[in-house]
Design a protein around this ligand. Structure first.
Ligand SMILES: NC(=O)c1ccc[n+]([C@@H]2O[C@H](COP(=O)([O-])OP(=O)(O)OC[C@H]3O[C@@H](n4cnc5c(N)ncnc54)[C@H](OP(=O)(O)O)[C@@H]3O)[C@@H](O)[C@H]2O)c1
Length: 269
């Protein structure tokens, strides 16, 4: 029998981030979320936040929506089990697995399965994710509304119709937080070399990234203009930008994200 429970299979980095974000945004009460994970440490983490942890996959049969948040390599076997359990009747399956196409999921879960594929990012943990999602032909309006509520509750989310756009999204916003963390790590090194106290550096770097992001989100100005707001002629920022440009940082970032996009295309199956 189905309940209104939302089920998560795989309470790892992304699964737990999405749940934390959804609870932070009051989308669910912890007691309405069922969790199944093979890793005992994840199970303990889920139980400690008041989530309903189950010991067997079969117990997830009562959920109305299932978020599949295991690594892509673990999806095929899991999907076969879900099909065997005949779970798919009346259950919306939301997959966040990178590279696993709707057609692949349908072939494993059944042609009549209702499926939504999402590319979220790790900032779901603080309800600041950027997600893109695509629904298969069986997904109902209510399914799309549910996904929209869930994903907009943990950040911003965009529904797309062309599934092939997910590769570019993966290279931009799926992997994107790591690009910014990488730059923050480099700035942290600058703080260390300058002899500033580590906690002060951590706070300055993090808040600067958050502030720049908040300005970019709220301002209609092009990024070039935002750069000009900081870089007055003959000033310190202009000096830094000259070095950034001479070292080809922009093309390195473009090449890096392009490599992620190509990898995503190769991973597709
Ligand atoms: N991390 C990101 O930034 C990011 C961004 C966008 C999308 N994604 C997608 O999110 C998904 C999850 O990634 P992640 O980084 O969160 O992985 P993760 O931290 O490794 O978490 C996956 C969890 O699922 C468990 N698991 C594996 N097979 C299972 C099964 N059959 N039933 C129940 N639990 C199972 C794993 O346990 P074991 O460790 O014991 O196997 C692990 O605890 C991936 O498909 C990835 O492509 C991740």
């Amino acid at each position: 029998m189905q309940s209104d429970s939302f089920g998560i299979i795989g309470y790892g980095k992304m699964g737990s981030s999405i749940v934390k974000g959804a609870i932070k945004s009051a989308l669910f009460d912890p007691s309405d979320v069922m969790v199944y994970d093979l890793d005992p440490s994840r199970v303990t983490a889920a139980a400690s936040t008041g989530l309903r942890v189950v010991k067997s996959l079969d117990e997830m049969a009562s959920c109305s929506q299932l978020l599949v948040a295991v690594k892509p390599k673990d999806v095929p076997a899991l999907a076969e089990r879900l099909k065997v359990m005949m779970l798919m009747r009346g259950v919306l399956v939301i997959s966040i697995a990178a590279g696993i196409k709707l057609s692949n999921l349908e072939s494993r879960l059944g042609e009549d399965a209702r499926i939504i594929r999402v590319m979220p990012n790790i900032a779901a943990a603080v309800a600041e994710a950027a997600s893109v999602y695509v629904a298969n032909r069986n997904a109902t309006k209510q399914d799309i509304t549910f996904a929209s509520k869930l994903l907009n509750g943990i950040g911003v989310a965009y529904l797309i119709e062309d599934e092939s756009m997910i590769d570019a999204v993966t290279g931009l916003s799926g992997s994107g937080p790591a690009y910014f963390f990488y730059m923050m790590k480099a700035l942290e090194e600058v703080g260390r070399r300058s002899g500033l106290p580590a906690p002060l550096v951590r706070s300055l770097v993090s808040q600067t990234c958050k502030g720049a992001g908040a300005m970019a989100v709220s301002s209609p100005e092009p990024f070039d203009q935002l750069i000009r707001f900081v870089a007055s002629p003959g000033g310190t920022t202009e000096e830094a930008l000259k070095v950034i440009e001479s070292k080809g940082v922009s093309s390195a970032i473009i090449d890096a994200a392009a490599a992620a996009i190509e990898k995503s295309k190769r991973m597709n199956y």
